[in-house]
Ligand binder design. Structure first.
Ligand code: EPZ
Length: 429
């Protein structure tokens, strides 16, 4: 007998107060895996991606590749892709709606087939997120770019090298340009590029495929090739997942050890945690030990492009600062609407006010469990962290946001001692 209740979504129920201890391994980076999946379009040879995280966004990217004609097998965290069958050059709207990173199919499709038709991504809850810089690059590179009926159409007759300067630093803008220029012979130059580790991991893969790429400051020189080869690549660890566990350790830890970390990717986050009074030490080649005893100091945080403090860690720090004595301030310089977690934290007893791009956080002694709504990936992580330290029970709803970017977060937290479980919506009471 089929159940009459159809659970459309799931929730996480968390009993606050547990102290965390033990070891946790961070998964591969979502934001490195996605552009690397699209890089496979540039070759007809087999490509292997190792340590890819098990995430909705990765599944969607692979689904898009299959729609375009590629084949793939996924065994655990290893993905084998055969892109030889790619023939389609149009990316459907529903996939782009589900995952805006699908816009990264523009560069490689134009590079391999000299044309691409990609649905315009809508905005999302954290901001309008226009792609004007992406299109400006393709035009400067000699493509004809037209926007019709919610789709971007790109076509180029002769691929030629280009010199282009971004008006602002954009991660996927830089990646889209790289994914195109890797297949363009001759010396191209990109200026004012993003330096995030995920962009550099893509550069690493494109060099394995046969492109020559050098970086100086914020200037990339690329000498592409028509015939690019397949590759075998282990993606870098997810620095934002690692940062999220650092905050969990600071808030709830006895002491936890986070494995599979490149600490150099977390310099600005570790600096702020140390200022806060949290103790972070390196253990072995790729682990960090985190604990917090004693007082917490308020902070002033300003998000900025890498190597500055990452916008993707802003929400998690708001949770930590909400129970820090004194007044902290957080300025969100990257996205225009990335404070939606604040109203949910205030429902749990936090005392945070927002003026424009600045949040004023007056520390309280205690958060209180409540039912809270997730609005975006990192906001949902901040609410889970709040649930870990709140008095009583917290229910975090709409956790599909979380599943887009965290690979089995509740299982990892449970292993560290958290009292947390995933339930179908409606069963949490
Ligand atoms: C990437 O988004 C990440 N996503 C984001 O992670 C991350 O928050 C962001 O970089 C900043 O670090 C992926 O890598 C898949 P941007 P992206 O282009 O590339 C404006 C997650 O879920 N802008 O660097 O879209 C834009 O509006 C996400 O993991 C333009 O105005 O970010 C924003 O204000 C959340 N015109 C700023 O630049 C453009 O053409 C930075 O955006 C492009 C961007």
């Amino acid at each position: 007998m089929k159940s009459t209740i159809s659970y459309t979504s799931e929730v996480l129920r968390i009993e606050g107060g547990a102290r965390l201890s033990g070891r946790v391994r961070v998964s591969g980076s979502k934001n490195a895996t996605l552009p690397i999946i699209f890089a496979t379009i540039l070759t007809t040879q087999h490509c292997k991606i190792k340590d890819a995280p098990d995430l909705l966004d990765v599944e969607n990217a692979l689904e898009l590749l299959r729609i375009l004609g590629a084949e793939y097998q996924k065994e655990g965290n290893e993905i084998l892709i055969d892109p030889s069958g790619v023939i389609k050059t149009s990316t459907p709207e529903d996939i782009v709606r589900k995952m805006r990173a699908s816009i990264l199919s523009m560069g490689p499709l134009l590079g391999r087939f000299r044309k691409a038709r990609v649905s315009l991504p809508g905005g999302c809850s954290i901001g309008a997120r226009p792609i004007d810089q992406h299109l400006k690059f393709f035009e400067k590179a000699g493509a004809r770019v037209s926007v019709r009926g919610g789709f971007v159409n790109l076509e180029v007759n002769t691929k030629k090298p280009v010199e282009f300067t971004f008006d602002l630093i954009t991660v996927t803008g830089t990646e889209n340009a790289l994914l195109y220029l890797a297949s363009v012979e001759g010396q191209s130059t990109l200026k004012n590029v993003a330096l995030e580790p995920e962009v550099m991991d893509l550069v690493h893969v494109l060099k394995k495929m046969g492109a020559e790429i050098t970086l100086e400051g914020r200037e990339l020189k690329i000498r592409g090739a028509e015939d690019l080869s397949g590759f075998n690549h282990r993606v870098i660890p997810d620095r934002i997942e690692a940062g999220t566990f650092l905050v969990a350790g600071s808030l709830s830890g006895y002491e936890i050890v986070i494995e599979n970390v490149v600490s150099a990717h977390l310099k600005s986050v570790i600096e702020m945690l140390t200022q806060h009074g949290t103790h972070v030490s390196e253990e072995g080649m790729d682990s960090l030990r985190v604990t917090h005893n004693g007082s917490r100091k308020p902070l002033h945080i300003e998000t900025s492009e890498y190597p500055g403090f990452p916008t993707d860690m802003q929400a998690q720090f708001c949770t930590m600062l909400s129970v820090t004595p004194g007044t902290s301030t957080v300025v969100e310089n990257i996205f225009e609407n990335r404070f939606q977690h604040i109203s949910e934290l205030n429902r749990m007893g936090a005392n945070i006010t927002i003026k424009g791009r600045k949040a004023f956080i007056r520390g309280v002694d205690q958060l209180w469990g409540a039912t809270v709504n997730s609005t975006d990936l990192r906001a949902s992580a901040s609410l889970v962290l709040a649930g870990l330290i709140a008095r009583g029970t917290t229910v975090v709803r709409d956790i599909y946001h979380l599943d887009r970017g965290y690979d089995k977060l509740e299982e990892k937290l449970k292993k560290l001692g958290a009292v947390i479980e995933r339930l179908p919506e409606g069963q949490e009471i």
